[in-house]
Design a protein around this ligand. Structure first.
Ligand code: MN
Length: 492
């Protein structure tokens, strides 16, 4: 499957001093594979262990040690390729990519160069305003992560922690199909969602489990690609957007000044809001790639791949299409609901047998709003789907108004009790008894003869009366009944 080239979109052009510029972005995402053990050793991948506590002799590159491929990492890469609608290569080759780093004891990284495990694919990215773009995937390959140098443990020496050395990474390379900072952020967000649905990477950017190398160039609209710079290891979605904008503006300033762009690797400094040069870009031949003689080419069996395909979960695009069709929700609401699988499951549990639009509103506005405010995720929501469903049932049966329902939600959130029990214990049941409502209305009318006169001339004044009656009934009166009775008694 190949993506069609992007049309230029004048709305995303950057205005320079001498005219419009188009930004062109391609990304290499390093995503840590969800797996108990490393790519070529049985050492643990657990995060946060004491330094060098998860290091086998293979990871430490002791002489004579031999790598053995971890089958689960291979399956995770294939699942990811399938989730990206990509070509799965039944034969791939591991190569040595040679370079010196203090945290790379082998002196080379085992990676895949000419023959990656996954070829071309695509990701559909949803943008604001309902617009969609397709970003082509160039390839996905498996490779080892490096260790970590620690410079803050000793006044004059650096230490090294090899816990991460040899952990499996998927490097997912996009085509240069991205045209703005917003598109770059949306692409990574969508890719992360797909990986999390697949369970192949947890997408935790704070732990460095998903990091982006962002290739940025600029050109006059319609011109050939400009020289690009690669911004290494950007570790948050917000920073990815800032890095694209900052780097594009830096390049535009140089070009408008009559200069030219040097192809180089740069670092984004979020504190200063600038990118700065790290090293001039290496070419592939600098790494002296060659097939790792310790590893046979990796061959996949067609039935294994078919079995992995059969077992794929429903992915976000399919889920969104089903939500739009089955629940009659807007595309925007569906995007919000399917962004996390747990949230989508929560919504479906609430919506089952109930008004889906009401369920979506409560999940998106009340539940997500409160979760966001308190920095919680859906998995630790104090209000369960059963409880939220209970609140919706109470509204649907007329037992409580929408306004009281928000109070019940708040009580359920803080105290954890069941909605029906909360309503019962606190006497929150809606007053539908017209004689009680009528009595409250009579009191309000008797106390405000001037307002009654005004309302006769200006019927919109009824809103004020509704407010007064609701106050008298502690918000428990059925608003429709209040409205109807008021109109009758005021003669409007
Ligand atoms: Mn890489």
């Amino acid at each position: 499957m190949t993506a069609t080239p992007r049309e230029a979109d004048p709305k995303s052009f950057i205005k320079g001093a001498t005219g419009d510029w188009e930004v062109v972005v391609g990304m290499e995402i390093h995503a840590q594979v969800n797996s108990e053990a490393k790519l070529f050793s049985g050492a643990s991948t657990a995060f946060g262990g004491a330094p060098n506590s998860h290091v086998s002799l293979v990871d430490a590159a002791m002489p004579g040690m031999l790598p053995v491929i971890n089958g689960e990492c291979v399956r995770q890469a294939v699942r990811t390729g399938l989730g990206l609608n990509a070509k799965i290569n039944d034969r791939s080759v591991f190569d040595r990519k040679n370079y010196f780093y203090p945290d790379l004891p082998q002196g080379y990284q085992i990676s895949q160069y000419k023959s990656p495990i996954v070829g071309e694919g695509e990701v559909v990215v949803d943008l604001e305003g309902g617009k969609q773009i397709t970003v082509g995937i160039e390839r996905l390959h498996l490779e080892q992560d490096a260790g970590k140098s620690l410079h803050d443990q000793h006044p004059t020496m650096s230490h090294v922690d090899l816990n991460r050395a040899g952990v499996a990474l998927m490097e997912i390379v996009s085509k240069p199909d991205i045209r703005s900072a917003d598109e770059a952020k949306a692409y990574v967000t969508k890719l992360r969602t797909i990986l999390r649905y697949l369970g192949t990477c947890d997408g935790d950017m704070e732990k460095g489990n998903l990091r982006a190398d962002v290739n940025v160039s600029v050109r006059r609209p319609g011109e050939p690609l400009g020289t690009r710079c690669e911004i290494k290891n950007v570790n948050s979605i917000r920073f990815i957007g800032q890095a694209v904008d900052t780097e594009a503006r830096r390049q535009i300033a140089i070009l408008e000044d009559g200069g030219s762009i040097d192809q180089e690797t740069r670092l984004f400094d979020p504190g200063r809001g600038e990118t700065r040069a790290m090293r001039s870009k290496e070419e592939a031949h600098d790494y002296r790639y060659f097939p790792d003689p310790d590893l046979l080419p990796l061959e996949l069996q067609a039935d294994e791949v078919a079995a992995l395909r059969r077992d794929l979960p429903e992915l976000p695009d399919a889920k969104k299409a089903r939500f739009v069709a089955a629940y009659g929700l807007t595309a925007y609401d569906c995007d919000v609901l399917v962004a996390e699988k747990e949230a989508a499951d929560f919504f479906e549990a609430v919506a089952k047998g109930r008004d889906a639009k009401a369920a979506a509103n409560w999940v998106i506005n009340e539940l997500f709003g409160r979760l966001n405010k308190e920095g919680k995720d859906i998995g630790s929501s104090p209000v369960s789907a059963t409880q939220l469903g209970g609140i919706l049932d109470l509204i649907a049966s007329g037992a409580i108004s929408g306004k009281i329902a928000k109070d019940v939600f708040d009580i359920a959130w803080t105290e954890g009790s069941e909605p029906a029990a909360i309503v019962e214990a606190r006497g929150l049941k809606q007053v539908t008894d017209t004689s009680a409502i009528a009595a409250a209305i009579d009191e309000v009318i008797a106390a405000n003869p001037d307002k009654v006169e005004q309302a006769k001339a200006k019927p919109t004044m009824i809103g004020w009366f509704v407010g007064q009656v609701m106050k008298k009934t502690q918000g428990k009166a059925n608003p429709q009944a209040v409205n109807d009775l008021l109109k009758e008694k005021l003669g409007i």
